[in-house]
Design a protein. Structure first.
Length: 401
């Protein structure tokens, strides 16, 4: 982060937008990656003598407080990671926020309650959003945008507030953008993209854009069944997006014409029901073109895991978004593990491996991989995808004006 445009921040109140949207089990944080990633910017500003006021969202509350979306557990964890107390305001721009901000000494840090408890934050009405942004801006002297995971959202704390205060890009946003640029501008070849996750419809823009850039595209996860069906295979009870079949056919044709290799799994791990608490998984491996009518695919098979690893071996640039299967269930986690392992080998051989997305990041950590084994683990899911789609990110554009 280069905060020089803000002048000397000592004694100033700096509002920092972070993405602290972490997975919770009750009030237990199950993956604190995003909190850890937000620490360097907050610490740098606090060390420089700023009074740091962090604003963030958790989940998708509908413009009103809901206990289960409180940032209170996040404030506690942020304090542990910073090694200092973090004052927590129980509202975002109300009496508690004002009192908390007023009570800060130079170098101290506060976190405001979930910004999405306020209807103005996500409002499509510019005036309503602007009025809320005015209130947020009135708490501080300057704004630092560091919530990379939300820069694709035109929301008050991401976009409008930057128009109201002297602003700068935070260290995390700056790093994320630098890495993503290396995936789009003259990537080192071979360049392999691995896509998974449940829906083709979430990945259309990325496939569209990367089909012209990557050398190979490996597809797994729930979205693979729409591709298999598009090739004329039956997929049983597997996840299927009927309305995307033509799109998948068009991608397969385009790849053939442009010489990009699309690799689909040759074998699939199936079961007869989706894994749930009271049913013991009974996995079977079948050829991808012979999925039984009563079965659903839950992971790529072992031969495909090896094929994908072979396709990744020797890659100089890799982008991966979306798990290969239902990795939360051990019996369906091998495909995701095989891909994660292959990415670590790309890193070890000096290539750039990028894991995109909150879910994929949580997946590799829950499978026991160390962050350092990858070139970069992006904190942004939707944001990194939209960047790779070539879309404009409002939270970035606004900083340039
Ligand atoms: C994310 O989890 O990708 C970011 O925190 C953005 O959250 P949102 O999709 O609810 O805007």
């Amino acid at each position: 982060g280069d905060y020089s445009s803000l002048g000397d921040v000592a004694g100033k109140t700096v509002l920092v937008r972070s993405d602290l949207n972490v997975p919770l089990d009750g009030s237990d944080i199950t993956d604190d990656g995003r909190i850890r990633a937000s620490v360097p910017t907050i610490k740098a500003l606090a060390d420089a003598g700023a009074r740091v006021v962090v604003t963030a969202h958790l989940g998708r509350p509908k413009g009103a407080p809901e206990d289960r979306y409180s940032l209170a557990p996040v404030a506690a964890r942020l304090g542990e990671l910073l090694g200092t107390d973090v004052a927590f305001a129980t509202d975002t721009v109300g009496d508690s926020a004002r009192a908390t901000v007023d009570g800060l000494a130079d170098g101290q840090v506060a976190l405001l309650e979930n910004v999405r408890f306020n209807p103005g934050e996500t409002s499509k009405d510019e005036a309503e959003r602007g009025a809320f942004a005015d209130e947020l801006a009135s708490l501080a002297d300057a704004f630092v945008s560091d919530g990379f995971g939300v820069v694709h959202r035109k929301q008050a704390s991401v976009y409008d507030v930057a128009q109201r205060l002297p602003h700068a890009m935070g260290a995390l946003v700056s790093t994320e953008i630098d890495v993503l640029r290396r995936l789009t501008v003259e990537p080192e070849r071979p360049y392999v993209v691995v896509l998974g996750g449940s829906k083709v419809s979430d990945k259309l823009g990325v496939i569209d854009n990367l089909l012209d850039k990557a050398d190979k595209l490996l597809i797994g996860g729930g979205m693979v069944f729409t591709f298999l069906k598009a090739q004329g295979h039956e997929v049983g009870k597997s996840l299927l997006e009927d309305d995307q079949l033509d799109v998948c056919r068009a991608y397969l044709r385009r790849a053939e014409e442009s010489g990009v290799q699309i690799l689909l799994p040759g074998d699939i791990v199936v079961d007869t029901s989706f894994p749930s608490g009271d049913v013991t998984p009974d996995p079977r491996v079948v050829p991808a073109d012979q999925i039984p009518a009563d079965a659903l695919g839950l992971d790529i098979g072992p031969a495909s895991g090896a094929d994908f690893a072979a396709a990744l071996s020797g890659a100089r640039t890799v982008f991966w978004n979306g798990p290969m299967g239902v990795f939360e269930v051990p019996q369906f986690s091998d495909g995701t593990r095989a891909v994660a392992q292959a990415l670590t080998e790309v890193t070890a051989a000096g290539g750039l491996s990028v894991v995109g997305g909150g879910d994929s990041a949580a997946a590799v950590r829950s499978l026991g991989f160390d962050d350092a084994a990858f070139g970069h683990i992006s904190t942004g899911g939707g944001a990194s995808l939209e960047y790779l789609e070539g879309k404009e990110l409002p939270g970035i554009t606004v900083l340039e004006s």
